[in-house]
Design a protein around this ligand. Structure first.
Ligand SMILES: C[S@@+](CC[C@H](N)C(=O)[O-])C[C@H]1O[C@@H](n2cnc3c(N)ncnc32)[C@H](O)[C@@H]1O
Length: 395
């Protein structure tokens, strides 16, 4: 059975694959060499390929001597064709916690665990604006910094930012939008985050950059936004919706509906799937507990009947692939620092997270949607002049 799997994956991998088993026996012949160090690993991978491989990889039970990304692409294609991926089910435990009101608390803990690993860790591999979401590359020589700046300017354009606007950023991260937009437009900006590190960072930059009269940041859950007792005419949320969780998307839209002015614009930037499908259990266990990649259909369904009107949908799938490759390149440049501070297993876990996420965009499992809504029907929204960007420089 293993021999036939090796053969199938090998067919889908440039240069082929060989696998060295724990007893020293080698299956297949190829450039990419996978070493399995322990018999138990084989059983676990056969039972649950994604989780089995992921857990063994971070513990060093499997080593890949070759291009990890191409190997994972070949495995993804093989599994997809075999239809071995198991579907994700919302657990009864989470449903019960939701009704006990504990889910919000748990969510806060889960989100903080990820973002409060230390600003210095993220500074190693994010661009200088500390943007932790998909950038937009419009030419092949663009740096990550430039592509993140370009993404922000597209967002401002889609939101039609104009002097006098009040902008809300739900899940503002390290503040790249709320710290920049008020310098370009005479607007007020408010950001919220669940991460204490991000909150402290943004607060100190607001002070040091003299933005106190026009920029505010709050450490709060989006569900508490109505407590601010303030409405905004432009709302954006970038890379945060993935944390909202299955079954809670409508609640999120209800909150946005409460804090947006009639005639306002809401831009939602999120990883998504076209239709609901299985989720990566490994990512949910090790990287984003509680996270859920929504389907486009689920997003649109959640917005129904609340007065939102769809203006436009973009898919930046390959731009996220390239963003992840840029992050990975920088991450590898700091291998020693990461291993020294966080340990070998942590390094391998984050390496696998960055590579497998890139693979998910490359193979079309994940997309990056920018969905623009107006609150109420807007018939004077300008028709955007779009330039077709040739994607072949992205990959
Ligand atoms: C991937 S980061 C994106 C940050 C930023 N928008 C960017 O593009 O760099 C996700 C952000 O969402 C925030 N977040 C996640 N769940 C949240 C919640 N329930 N309420 C408020 N913010 C949340 C996190 O604290 C983090 O700032």
């Amino acid at each position: 059975m293993i021999a036939s799997i090796v053969e199938e994956v090998s067919k889908r991998l440039d240069g082929g694959l060989c696998v060295e088993l724990p007893d020293g026996k080698v299956l297949g012949a190829g450039k990419c060499k996978v070493r399995i160090k322990d018999k138990d690993v084989i059983k676990k991978v056969l039972k649950d390929p994604e989780m089995g491989f992921g857990e063994a990889y971070i513990k060093g039970g499997i080593e890949v001597d070759g291009d990890l990304e191409s190997f994972l692409v070949a495995c993804t294609c093989y599994l997809r064709e075999k239809d071995e991926d198991k579907s994700f089910r919302n657990s009864w435990g989470r449903m019960l916690l939701k009704y006990l009101g504990l889910l919000k608390f748990l969510e806060g803990k889960e989100v903080r665990r990820h973002y409060d690993l230390g600003n210095d860790f993220y500074q190693l591999w994010l661009d200088s604006s500390m943007t932790y979401s998909c950038a937009f590359f419009s030419n092949k020589d663009q740096s990550l910094e430039e592509a993140q700046a370009e993404k922000r300017s597209i967002i401002y354009e889609k939101l039609q930012l104009t002097d006098g606007d009040s902008l809300l950023d739900i899940g503002c991260g390290w503040g790249s939008i709320i710290l920049e937009a008020p310098k370009l437009y005479n607007i007020e900006a408010t950001g919220i985050t669940l991460s204490k590190n991000q909150y402290e960072y943004v607060k100190s930059r607001i002070e040091s950059e003299g933005l106190k009269d026009r920029v505010r940041v709050y450490l709060m859950h989006y569900e508490d936004l109505p407590k601010l007792d303030k409405k905004f005419n432009k709302v954006v949320s970038v890379g945060m919706f993935e944390h909202v969780g299955k079954g809670r998307h409508r609640k999120f839209f209800r909150v946005v509906e409460k804090v947006i002015h009639e005639g306002g614009l809401f831009l939602l930037h999120t990883i998504g799937k076209v239709l609901p499908e299985s989720q990566s259990r490994w990512i949910r266990k090790y990287i984003f507990p509680g996270g859920y990649i929504p389907a486009l259909t689920e997003i649109l369904e959640a917005s129904k009947g609340l007065g939102f009107n769809l203006i436009d949908i973009d898919d930046w799938r390959l731009h996220y692939y390239r963003t992840l490759r840029e992050w990975r390149k920088r991450f590898y440049q700091h291998t020693r620092d990461v291993v020294q501070k966080h340990g070998e297993e942590f390094f391998r876990m984050w390496e696998l997270y960055l590579v497998s996420s890139a693979v998910s965009f490359l193979t079309g499992s994940n997309h990056l949607f920018q969905i623009l809504f107006s609150k109420g029907v807007l018939n004077n929204y300008p028709i955007m002049k779009r330039q077709f960007i040739v994607n072949n420089f992205v990959v």
